[in-house]
Design a protein around this ligand. Structure first.
Ligand SMILES: NS(=O)(=O)N=C1NCCCN1
Ligand SMILES: [Zn+2]
Length: 251
């Protein structure tokens, strides 16, 4: 279903705290109370990589505070549950958030949930339930070596429903040098679009190669016994910001 039709089945999609949004330098606010954020991830928590027909996802053991994100705008620790990507049909677009009119080739989301709630689904019903750390993918000549591990697995999960073991992986190796970020309150960018997300968006992109983006585009939306439709353009267009503030800490 087209994103502008989602609200017919998912009323949240027409809310006033939807994601993604445009981040424009003239509209962001310095907030001196914002702290640095910290990720403490256990490589042993990584479990599997899968193609769910919508994205390439790596899932982690979130049965206890094993891999957590804290600090930044967050009131406490949030448990890492999964990471996934959004990308385009060509290198000139694919990210969900747009920065000063710039669309990146893709966007990596590390999704965490607030363990003060009994489980992930309960957390998705709460405004402080989810924290997503977003990292832009920019195409360049010197790709980040650490992306290789994920992209090497793509061949094993070509079609929808396929998954493969993905042990011993610490996603913080994907982080860019700078931890500078913007933060705002919004939603998950796929239906039902619950407004439960504290977004932490890194200002510095990570560099991937055009071949690596092509690798992501080689995934199929469909199962192996169905026609091969390339899994591309799995990004939601930007949504109205309304009266939300986008803040950033001391730099
Ligand atoms: N792109 S997003 O905001 O992370 N959206 C998600 N929807 C449901 C599964 C987890 N993530
Ligand atoms: Zn996402």
């Amino acid at each position: 279903m087209r994103p502008d039709q989602w609200h017919k089945n998912y009323p949240f999609a027409k809310g006033r705290h939807q994601s993604p949004i445009e981040i424009n330098n003239k509209e962001v606010h310095y907030d001196s109370s914002l702290l640095p954020w910290f990720a403490s991830y256990d490589p042993g928590a990584a479990k599997t990589i899968l193609n769910n027909g919508k994205t390439c996802r790596v899932v982690f053991d979130d049965s206890f505070d094993r891999s957590v994100l804290r600090g930044g705008p967050l009131p406490g620790v949030y448990r890492l549950r999964q990471l996934h990507f959004h990308w385009g049909s060509s290198d000139d677009h694919g990210s969900e958030h747009v920065v000063n009119g710039v669309r990146y080739a893709g966007e990596l989301h590390l999704l965490h949930w607030n363990p003060k709630y009994s489980n992930y689904l309960d957390a998705k019903r709460r405004t402080d339930g989810i924290a997503v750390l977003a990292i832009f993918l920019q195409v360049g000549e010197t790709p980040k070596a650490e992306m290789k591990r994920i992209l090497e697995e793509i061949n094993a999960i070509k079609t929808k429903g396929k998954n493969a073991p993905f042990p011993n992986f610490d996603p913080s190796i994907l982080f860019p040098k700078s931890h500078d970020y913007w933060t705002y309150h919004g939603s998950v960018t796929t239906p039902p679009c619950e407004e439960c997300v504290t977004w932490i968006i890194l200002r510095e992109p990570i560099i991937v190669s055009s071949d690596q983006m092509a690798k992501l585009r080689s995934l199929s939306k469909n199962a192996e016994n169905e026609p091969d439709h390339p899994l591309v353009d799995n990004w939601r267009p930007t949504q109205p910001r309304y009266f939300r503030m986008i803040s950033y800490p001391e730099r």
